[in-house]
Structure formats: structure tokens, C-alpha cells
Write a protein that binds this ligand. Structure first.
Ligand code: SF4
Ligand code: SF4
Length: 482
């Protein structure tokens, strides 16, 4: 029997991984199987199964490489259940870069394993037909907003229809954020001037779904940056960063999206490229990894781009943020997003910002470094495990007695808000650290109407150009360029 379960039409190559990026000996051989990562791993903590631990998963990757385990259903199940939270990297004394390994393993699964038809279909629609296309996202956003505001959503919920949906779709409806207009897409291609003396000229990555679901958070981020002497450029041809694709093993499309952003952000020598999403930031900083084995001609540009990327909390602390805050009286706690802490090593910057706000009493959250179960779209596709992790997190949050829950990643915001919404204490607020700063600065300055940088660029033409880029029909050579 072949070790590789092949997709129809793919040449059977015998045992081991297929051609293309795969977990490499140079990376997995660093693992000495000591097991010190086990108790850091959320899935191992829940299931106590070696196969669902970092060490067990690495062992399975090695077995596939040696042709002793098929790249089949069992391997896929254990690799899929990993959150890619990278807590094991923080715990590992041998410096195993587990994220690289699991993402490469998922790349192999994506190429050589035939998923069940329904799953393959939704993955195709979500990752390839929706996320890379701003205009489609915007249209979907309008539809969802109508659904939420027209009363239809309440009707469906009251009728019990949500309970009839399979678990993962019921989760989706529970987690869906309130969509508020105007969507942030309208801001693409605009520049927001610094308040007072300009100290920096920075570029802001607005994300993909965040343009719909976190438009207010994006606005708050830009306001806070402007308040701190930044002229904030929001490049028009930017798009989805590809983080969800990297985590899902869809590396070809992740590279395409990376090339688009590299082109969009390297038009000028910005002091920094900033994001408020930890998951996006970690992948943006790791763009060069996408070009290690494929399209090496992009490696240098990817490295130049990644060197400029900073999380907004990291940047504000490094640049010496303004401290002319109003008091915000609250007992607060902070949940570390996995991709800020474990992946980027940023633990102190958000806490320093929070502590600087007068009136805020920061209470440390026990197990703050353990994943809340959000993990990109994990809470939709693995809703049972995500639920268990969220329940644990809510117990820990209750212990703090905090009425203000802070984090620094949109995905975590959604997960924690869903937890608070069904808890007895629904009055608790869940905010991004930057939203707290914005509030403490008094929500100023007013961003006013979007000021389009180039007269010929409208938001519609921007969206069209992005869509063409993502389709590979390059209007500027971005997506199709070498
Ligand atoms: S990944 Fe690191 S901590 Fe875990 S078993 Fe291997 S060497 Fe030990
Ligand atoms: S990335 Fe997270 S879930 Fe996956 S093996 Fe490591 S600690 Fe466990």
C-alpha cells in the first residue's frame, strides 16, 4: 500500500512525503523527545493522548517521512486538531520550530490528501474564492449586515433553527461579530496625518475580514498611531495577509497573497508596517519562510518587508507612546494571544501599555499563555475542542474579578466575547489593548472623511485591482511577477 493517499490525478510517488515543501529533517531532528512541551499543549492537556501532543505529532511526521505511516486519515486527524498555537515552542528547550513543521505537514496534506467532499468544498470556497477577494468580502459583509439588522437573525435564533445546524455552523453564527458600517475598505488608499509633529511615516495593514468585522478597531488603531506622531498610510493594493492559508497548509495561495502585500507595502521606505492582529503579524514576519524552497527570487524582498513589520503594541512601546491619558477606572486583565506571545515573543509591551492608563488595575490572568480556542477558524472547524478551551478560559477570567478583559488579536476578541455573552456576567467588556488606549486618549482625533492619496484611485477600483491581483490577472505585475 502506498504511504501517500493521493488526490485523484496525482502521481503516486510511493512512501514518504510528496514533492514540495514538507517537514524537514533539519527541523524535526532538533526534537529530543524529552516531553517538556506536553503540559504546555492545550490539546494534550485536554485529551492526555500522546498522538495529540507536540512530541507525538512530530513523531508522526517522522514516521510519514520514513514511509512507516500513511499520509492518511489518522495522521490528518491529529495534525488538524493542533491549534498551531506554538505554546510548545515556548516550552521547548531544544529550539524546535514546531510551527514550521506543522505548517509544512499541512501543506503536504493539502497537496496529497483527498478530504471528504463537503469539507473540500467549503475550504475551496472560503480560502480561495472568498478571502483573497475584497469585493466578494464586501458583498458578503453587506448581506450579513442585512441579516443581522433586519431581524432575520433573531427570527432564525428564536425559531431554534440554529440548533438544527451541524455544530460547526452553529458555532459560526454564535461567533459572528456585529458588522458595522462603514466598512474599513473605504479607508484603503487613504493617508491619515500625524497629530502635531510628524515623527514617523508608517503603513497600516487592514486585514481581510477585519475590514468588515473590525472596522472600528482599525479606526481606533489609526487614531492612536496618529496621536503618537505617525502619519498613517493605508496602502490601496494591500489584501489578506495569507495567515489563515499558511495555517491551513494552502501555501501556493499564501505565497500569492504575500507577493501582493510585499508589492503593496514596499512602494516606499516606511518606518514600519503595522498590524493590530497577532495572527497576521506573525505570518507577515515569517513571509521569508514561504520562499525558502519555492520562488527563492522573492526571498530578499520578503525579508526586506518582514523586517519592517511590527505589532502595534510593540511599536508604540518602542517609540515611547504619549501618556496624556484620561483615567479609565476598571479592574482589568489581559489574555496573551498565542501568535503575539509564543510566535512573536511579545509579552510585556501590551502590559506596559495597559499599566500606563490611569485608573486601570491590571490583574494577571492565570494560564494567560494557554490558547482560548480561537486559533483562526479553529473555533468553527473544531468547535468541541474550542469550547473546552473557552470554558477553561472563562473559569480563569472569573477568578480575576475583572470587568475589563483585554487582548491584542481580533480572533481572540471574538472568542472571548462569545464566552462573555453567554456567561452570567455579560456586562464585562472585551477590548483590544489599542481600543483601551483610544478610549483613554478621548477617541481623538476625528479621522474625518477618507482622504484618497491618488486622485485616480477610488475604493471600487482598488477593490477591483486587488481582486485581479488575487486572480493572477495582474494589473501591476504584483501577483504574477517573478
Ligand atoms: S518539541 Fe522540544 S520540548 Fe517537545 S519533546 Fe521535542 S525537544 Fe522536547
Ligand atoms: S502548536 Fe499548540 S496545539 Fe499544536 S502541538 Fe504545539 S502546543 Fe499543541
Amino acid at each position: 500500500m502506498s504511504a501517500i493517499e493521493m488526490k485523484p490525478g496525482i502521481q503516486n510517488l510511493g512512501s514518504g512525503y510528496g514533492p514540495g515543501e514538507a517537514p524537514r529533517w533539519a527541523d524535526y531532528s532538533k526534537c529530543v523527545h524529552c516531553g517538556l512541551c506536553l503540559n504546555a499543549c492545550p490539546t494534550y492537556r485536554e485529551l492526555s493522548l500522546e498522538m495529540d501532543s507536540p512530541r507525538g505529532r512530530i513523531y508522526q511526521m517522522i514516521q510519514v517521512d520514513r514511509g512507516r505511516l500513511p499520509l492518511g486519515e489518522s495522521f490528518v486527524r491529529h495534525i488538524d486538531l493542533c491549534l498551531d498555537c506554538r505554546a510548545c515552542e515556548t516550552a521547548c528547550p531544544s529550539g524546535v520550530e514546531y510551527g514550521k513543521l506543522v505548517e509544512a505537514a499541512r501543506g503536504q496534506i493539502e497537496k496529497y490528501y483527498q478530504r471528504p467532499r463537503l469539507e473540500a468544498w467549503w475550504r475551496e470556497v472560503f480560502f480561495r474564492e472568498l478571502l483573497p477577494h475584497p469585493r466578494r468580502l464586501e458583498r458578503l459583509g453587506r448581506l450579513l449586515r442585512f441579516f443581522q439588522r433586519s431581524g432575520l437573525e433573531r427570527l432564525v435564533a428564536a425559531g431554534g433553527a440554529l440548533g438544527l445546524l451541524p455544530g460547526r455552523f452553529a458555532s459560526l453564527s454564535r461567533l459572528a461579530p456585529r458588522l458595522e458600517k462603514p466598512f474599513f475598505f473605504a479607508r484603503l488608499g487613504t493617508t491619515v496625518p500625524a497629530v502635531g509633529e510628524r515623527r514617523y511615516r508608517v503603513a497600516f495593514l487592514a486585514g481581510c475580514i477585519a475590514n468588515l468585522a473590525f472596522a472600528r478597531l482599525n479606526e481606533a488603531t489609526v487614531r492612536v498611531l496618529a496621536r503618537n506622531g505617525c502619519e498613517v498610510v493605508i496602502p490601496p493594493h494591500q489584501g489578506c495577509c495569507g495567515a489563515l492559508h499558511v495555517h491551513a497548509g494552502i501555501r501556493d495561495l499564501a505565497r500569492q497573497l504575500a507577493r501582493r502585500n510585499i508589492e503593496a507595502f514596499l512602494t516606499e521606505d516606511f518606518d514600519a508596517v503595522l498590524t493590530n492582529a497577532a495572527g497576521c503579524g506573525s505570518v507577515l514576519k515569517e513571509y521569508p519562510q514561504l520562499f525558502e524552497e519555492v520562488e527563492p527570487e522573492w526571498r530578499e524582498r520578503a525579508a526586506a518587508f518582514s523586517a519592517r513589520v511590527k505589532d502595534v503594541t510593540e511599536f508604540l512601546v518602542a517609540c515611547g507612546f504619549r501618556r496624556d491619558f484620561r483615567a479609565v477606572a476598571a479592574r482589568a486583565t489581559y489574555q496573551d494571544p498565542c501568535h503575539l506571545g509564543h510566535a512573536q515573543g511579545i509579552w510585556q509591551a501590551p502590559r506596559e501599555l495597559i499599566r500606563a492608563v490611569p485608573g486601570v488595575e491590571l490583574v494577571e490572568l492565570k494560564e494567560s499563555e494557554v490558547c482560548c480556542g480561537s486559533a483562526g477558524i479553529y473555533n468553527v472547524v473544531h468547535d468541541e475542542m474550542a469550547e473546552r478551551l473557552l470554558e477553561n478560559k472563562m473559569r480563569r477570567l472569573d477568578e480575576t474579578g475583572a470587568e475589563l478583559i483585554l487582548t491584542a488579536n481580533p480572533g481572540c476578541l471574538l472568542q472571548l466575547r462569545a464566552g462573555v455573552a453567554r456567561s452570567p456576567n455579560r456586562a464585562r467588556r472585551v477590548l483590544h489593548v489599542v481600543e483601551l488606549l483610544d478610549e483613554a486618549y478621548g477617541h481623538s482625533p476625528d479621522l474625518g472623511q477618507p482622504r484618497v492619496r491618488r486622485a485616480a484611485v477610488s475604493s471600487t477600483s482598488i477593490a477591483r485591482a486587488q481582486e485581479e491581483d488575487a486572480d493572477g490577472r495582474s494589473n501591476s505585475g504584483a501577483a504574477g511577477a517573478p
